[in-house]
Design a protein around this ligand. Structure first.
Ligand SMILES: NC(=O)c1ccc[n+]([C@@H]2O[C@H](COP(=O)([O-])OP(=O)(O)OC[C@H]3O[C@@H](n4cnc5c(N)ncnc54)[C@H](O)[C@@H]3O)[C@@H](O)[C@H]2O)c1
Ligand SMILES: O=P(O)(O)OC[C@@H](O)[C@@H](O)[C@H](O)[C@H](O)CO
Length: 383
């Protein structure tokens, strides 16, 4: 069996690659990073190390690479006879790779390949694969879509494993935390016979992606933005500061209330889930930069993202969202000259009224919430 995986970065090599390899699937990584693609083709294998006292190593083989910048037509050829297509490339990039996937699906039609195939976006976002589907369909005709609908699935997924930025002599080597979780929405699959060992299949993904995004990612981002405010460079250093830890705990308390109320999670089980997350952030064997976790702040301030979604839904339920709004105030001050979205956000704040910027980046229309965020941003003007 063969997988085509878009994004040979941290989670691509450090988690999706591990699972596909363990299921005896050949992996064709598609990426624009020449160094990584050349190394994959030269070596055909790489190592993953678990960041833990035992330092277990996982050896991944049967991998190769395709550079989609220079070999776009090859990507379509690989998709034409693939058994599974996955992505871990970043939510903002999905629209750019969608035409490549569309070409591959078109080639399947031309070849008469009607084998069912699932295209699975493993990104930190709600409804990632379904979003990718709309981008892919933008590049196909109505007739092609009608034919493909029967056998191409876009099941949503949630992936969880903290993998920091890597800097090793070997460009393929990747150090990862031991914890991992990959959940796929079974109801949206077309190739139901291909169930990967190490993946959890659920009849509905919504509770799982919301639990992950609003706990791991809201919490992680809270640590990053609070850390930046207090001058820390890494998550593990920042979390030793009582002010950062308490901001994290307060935010998790709020998202936990929402998740328990909305999805009926057992409060005790959820408390354990949160405690595990906090311990993962403290992992002394991982050095995760604040700038990685805080990256792309405009995306993170989105309407269906890790802060605004829970704020909206807690407000609807008349539950507390004070600490979430407080953290949002810090995000508007997040200043990383190496991050395009941070630069863009700071430029917007210099040239437009604050209220307009809040409306534009969060998509909020509710005057009360906009005013509360405005007050929170202004509170941090003096720091
Ligand atoms: N690292 C983590 O801890 C983690 C965990 C869970 C989920 N995720 C999610 O996985 C996705 C990838 O994150 P990551 O940390 O692996 O990022 P990364 O930057 O390490 O990897 C992304 C890869 O995509 C490639 N890429 C970018 N634009 C491309 C294009 N147009 N065509 C082909 N390749 C392109 C980059 O070269 C890079 O190799 C994100 O959605 C992230 O939220 C990350
Ligand atoms: O990848 P992002 O930018 O959406 O979020 C940054 C981190 O919170 C994220 O990558 C986590 O490390 C990961 O989601 C853990 O599963």
């Amino acid at each position: 069996m063969k997988a085509v995986h878009f994004g040979a970065g941290n989670i691509g090599r450090g988690f999706i690659g591990e699972i596909l390899f363990k299921n005896n699937i050949e992996i064709v990584f598609v990426d624009i990073n020449k160094t990584i693609i050349d190394a994959l083709n030269e070596k055909g294998e790489y190592d993953i190390a678990l960041a833990a006292p035992e330092a277990e190593t996982i050896h991944v083989e049967n991998v190769r690479g395709v550079n989609n910048e220079t070999e776009a037509e090859k990507v379509a050829e690989e998709i034409a006879d693939a058994d599974i297509v996955t992505t871990a490339i970043g939510p903002n990039i999905l629209k750019f790779i969608a035409p490549l996937i569309a070409n591959g699906l078109r080639q399947r039609l031309e070849n008469g390949n009607h084998q069912p195939l699932d295209v699975i976006a493993c990104e930190n976002m709600i409804g990632g694969s379904q979003q990718l589907k709309t981008y892919v369909y933008d590049s196909l005709t109505a007739e092609e879509i009608e034919q493909l609908e029967a056998f191409i699935g876009f099941p949503n997924a949630a992936v969880d494993r903290i993998i920091p930025m890597q800097s090793h002599d070997d460009p393929l080597f990747v150090s990862v935390e031991p914890f991992s979780e990959w959940v796929i929405d079974e109801s949206q699959m077309k190739n139901v016979d291909l169930k990967l060992e190490g993946v959890e299949y659920e009849p509905s993904l919504e509770p799982f992606i919301e639990r992950k995004l609003l706990s791991v990612n809201t919490g992680h981002a809270t640590v990053a933005y609070t850390a930046k405010m207090y001058g820390y460079k890494t998550i593990k250093d920042a979390i030793t500061d009582e002010r950062v830890l308490s901001q994290l705990q307060n935010v998790l308390q709020e998202t936990g209330q929402l998740l328990i109320t909305k999805w009926d999670f057992d409060p005790a089980v959820h408390a354990d889930y949160q405690a595990t997350i906090i311990n993962r952030f403290k992992n002394p064997y991982i050095s995760d930069d604040v700038v990685r976790v805080g990256r792309t702040p405009i995306r993170k301030l989105g309407y269906n993202e890790r802060f605004i979604l829970p704020i909206r839904e807690l407000a609807e339920r008349k539950l507390s969202y004070h600490y979430l709004v407080d953290t949002v105030g810090m995000i508007f001050h997040y200043d990383d000259p190496a991050d395009n979205e941070s630069v863009q956000l700071q430029q917007m704040l210099q040239t437009q009224p604050l209220e307009d910027v809040i409306k534009e980046v969060t998509g909020l229309e509710d005057a009360t919430l906009i005013n509360e965020i405005k007050a929170s941003v202004e509170k941090y003007n003096t720091l």
